[in-house]
Each structure stands twice: as C-alpha cells, then as structure tokens.
Design a protein around this ligand. Structure first.
Ligand SMILES: Nc1nc2c(c(=O)[nH]1)N[C@H]1C(S)=C(S)[C@@H](COP(=O)(O)OP(=O)(O)OC[C@H]3O[C@@H](n4cnc5c(N)ncnc54)[C@H](O)[C@@H]3O)O[C@H]1N2
Ligand code: MOO
Length: 425
C-alpha cells in the first residue's frame, strides 16, 4: 500500500494549502486500493452491485436465425422489383416451436415474431405489407420488401464465447436482463463496503433533542446516509461525537476496527475548538488540504489504523453543501474504486440561462436547475444563493454546474458544463 507521501511526491508541484481539484482527485485515486472479497449472488440481488469477474457468453443469443415480425418467411430470390409475386403458404412457425418444413421456391411459411426461420428462408414480409391473402397463398406487390428484411441473425445480440459483461461494471437493469438471456442464475460481485460516519461539533443536536440557543440540527449525517446508501454501502451511523479528544479518538478507533472507510463531517478547518485534525493525524497517514474549490475547500484524507486494522478516512468539511460536494467529487469515485468499479459520470454542455459570477483560479460547483426553454433547448439556471451552508440550494437543484479552475464570469447564453443528479432508473 502506498503512503500519501509516495503519491504526492509524484506530483510536479504539491501544495496542501492550494491543491487543484484534479490533483486531489488524482492523489485519492492513486492512494485508494480495492478491497478483497467477492460474493456470488442470485441475479435479482446483484442489481447495483459491482461485477467481480468478466462474464463470457455461454450461448449465442438468439440461438437461431428468427423472424423480427409476424408475417411470412420466404426466399428473397423469389421477390421481384417489377412484378407482383404469389407464394403458396406451406406451413406455420410459432415462436418456440420450430418447423421442419422447408419451403421450395414459390412457397412461404406463416411465421410469428421470434419464430425460427425455416431452412432456405432469408426474409420476412410483415403481414400488414402483404397485398392480398388468399386461401393457401399470399400476393406481394413489387418492391414491398427487400431480400433479407426482418430476419434476426443467430448470435447478433451475443456470440457464444464473447465477452458479455466486463469486471468492474455496476450492474444495471439491462445487465440483469442480459445475464438472464444467457441463462446465468448467479454472478460474482464485490462485497459491500462497510462505511461508518459521524458528525463532530458541540453545536450539533440530533433530531428529537431540543434545539438549544446557538445550536443547529445535524443534517450532514442524513445527507451522508442518503449518498452512501445509494452507492450500495453497508452503513454504520455513529451519531454526533463531541469535540473532545478522547471521544474523537475512541470513535475513530472503533470505526477503524470495524469498517473499510470512515466519513466525518466538521472540524477539518482551522477553528479553535476543533480536535478532529489533531486526533486524525495521531492515528495515521492523513493530509489536511485546502482545495482550490468552492464549496468544499478543507478536506482531510488518508488512512488511519488501530489494533492492526486500517480504514480510509474522509474528513469532510462541516458546511452542509460542502459535505455533499466533497462527497460527490472525491468520495464517490474513491468508494467505487474500492469496490473495483470505474463509473465516471458524464458532463454535458448546456447554455446558461443567466450570467454567473466566477473568479478564475478555483473550481466552483454551483447548484443548477436544468429545464427546457420555450425554444425547446435545454438551459440551466443557478438556484439562488450559493452559500455553502444553504442546503436548500442542493435540494432545489437537479444538477451541478461545474465552473472550472481557469474559467471566469459566465455570460447569459454561454455554454457551461453540467452534471445531472439523476439518470434513468
Ligand atoms: N479562518 C477560516 N475559517 C474557515 C475556513 C478557513 O479556511 N479559514 N474555511 C471555511 C470553510 S470553506 C468551511 S467549509 C468551513 C469548514 O469548517 P469545518 O470543517 O471545521 O466545519 P465546522 O467549523 O465544524 O462547521 C462549519 C459549519 O457547518 C455547520 N455544521 C457542521 N456540521 C454540521 C452538521 N453535521 N449538520 C449541519 N451543519 C453542520 C457548523 O455549524 C458550521 O456552521 O470552515 C470555514 N471557516
Ligand atoms: O468550502 Mo467551504 O466548503 O466554502 O464552505
């Protein structure tokens, strides 16, 4: 396992107090190692899990050439571009019930969608394109279809022996269907990550407690609960830990001995009452960064150890929007990498409906609403105040607007990079 120093010494310039986002992402990516552990799961239970081995197709799908339409299977050589054609109907093929009938030239077979193509036939005319259906024959107008139309080839979806799914893929509904189409009942997936999280700060109150003067309810544990659950982690919510060296050390040691990764929120900036940094540094190889971004400037990252166990540590900033932004742009990929997955999110270029103020020299993650304008084009607008304590800006948003390091003010109508929060299910 590399140390943080091994990783950061590879960067041409490394300044923990002014670290560009891409460097922080690179350091985290190189420091994180995948966890061991694979479980074999029945197909339905494998949804959203990370495939732990390549899947090679044991059969061809479809197994036989078959019809894409309900209609009549025929020999393409019988078709004419200039004259009507009449064919005798010599049999019927239903899906799942292949027929031994071999139509001769001038003959055809009634066939249902998915029916195995009779020997010698290479084309299907859909029943609605047949010019006339007589007793025991059909007539086809010139040029109604071309030879080869509406025939699905054996193996056109997957060939036996070909790679069906690659290790590291997050299994989506389409993959479940694909595996089922191969007759595969169980698949190997990476074991779930165990992740603990707690909040720090003496001003925090948990839901159900009275809100004393100057205090706030702890919301970060709930956003973390949501984000970690959606990533498929087994989570351990350790509540609020007092800003007290002994309580923090006990919490971190306990977490370290039981989980793969630990998330804390708060206490990573420079406040006088914060012991978090001191205890994190005492327990392991942890760096404290000021990242050139907003929100989410302070971040503690590394690995801590206790009694022979170690866990990756993400000390996220306390501000509620900063917690989420740091999670999305650093922790998400790191956790997926621990599971052996590589699932980068797509960025889209969209026109900004409004002007946006932005200082060059840092990355800004603004919260946006993507919508279709009256002209039918997608545009994005920013959700009101972008303060890093304003969680409403996140809740109202349906995307992140990513304004890169070098970018300055954005004019209305200019293209900006956007990352939607949700995709198709
Ligand atoms: N002199 C400086 N002050 C600050 C700096 C700095 O560089 N120099 N950085 C600012 C930035 S940026 C951030 S972000 C915050 C992060 O500080 P901490 O990680 O130490 O977080 P706290 O001070 O504990 O809390 C900040 C803020 O967030 C509220 N909070 C904390 N935890 C929760 C929670 N679980 N649920 C809801 N709200 C929470 C807390 O009450 C504070 O208002 O530091 C800036 N200051
Ligand atoms: O970066 Mo802090 O996260 O601006 O609030």
């Amino acid at each position: 396992m590399p140390t943080l120093n091994d990783v950061t010494s590879c960067l041409s310039s490394y300044d923990p107090d002014a670290l560009p986002v891409r460097d922080a992402q690179r350091i985290i990516g190189e420091f994180i190692t995948p966890v061991d552990g694979v479980e074999q799961l029945p197909l339905p239970a494998a949804l959203d899990r990370v495939l732990a081995a390549d899947i090679v197709s044991p059969i061809s799908v479809p197994a036989h050439d078959n019809s894409a339409m309900d209609g009549y299977a025929l020999r393409g050589a019988d078709l004419s571009e200039t004259d009507p054609v009449t064919l005798s109907v010599v049999g019927t093929v239903f899906a799942g019930r292949p027929s031994d009938v071999v139509p001769a030239s001038g003959e055809c077979v009634r066939i249902m969608t998915g029916g195995v193509m009779p020997a010698g036939c290479d084309s299907v005319i859909p029943q609605e394109l047949v010019a006339a259906i007589g007793a025991g024959s059909i007539s086809i107008a010139p040029g109604a279809i071309r030879a080869g139309d509406n025939r699905r080839f054996a193996g056109e979806d997957l060939m036996a022996g070909s790679a069906a799914l690659r290790k590291g893929k997050v299994i989506r509904p389409a993959d479940l269907g694909l595996l089922a189409s191969l007759g595969i009942a169980t698949v190997p997936v990476a074991r779930r990550l165990r992740v603990a999280f707690f909040s720090t700060g003496d001003e925090l109150r948990s839901i159900g407690q009275p809100l004393d003067a100057g205090c706030v309810y702890d919301s970060n544990r709930y956003t973390l609960h949501g984000m970690l659950t959606r990533l498929g982690c087994d989570i351990v919510d350790m509540g609020v830990v007092r800003d007290d060296p002994q309580a923090l050390e006990e919490a971190l040691r306990h977490a370290c001995e039981n989980v793969d990764a630990i998330f804390t929120s708060g206490g990573v900036s420079v406040g006088a009452a914060d012991y978090t940094r001191e205890i994190m540094a005492k327990l392991g190889d942890v760096s404290f960064w000021k990242i050139g971004m907003r929100p989410g400037r302070p971040l503690a990252f590394g690995r801590i150890a206790s009694n022979g166990h170690s866990a990756f540590l993400f000390g996220l900033p306390g501000n509620p929007v900063a917690v989420m932004v740091s999670f999305y742009f650093f922790a998400r990929d790191a956790l997926l990498r621990m599971m052996g997955a590589d699932a980068p999110l797509p960025l889209f270029k969209v026109r900004s409906a409004c002007a946006i103020r932005k200082k060059p020299g840092r990355t800004e993650y603004q919260r946006g609403i993507l919508a279709r304008g009256e002209d039918g084009q997608q545009t994005v607008r920013i959700t009101g105040s972008q303060g890093s304590g304003i969680l409403r800006s996140m809740s109202e948003a349906n995307c992140m607007v990513i304004l890169h390091d070098e970018q300055g003010n954005v004019a209305a109508g200019e293209l900006v990079d956007v990352m939607p929060f949700e995709g198709l299910i």
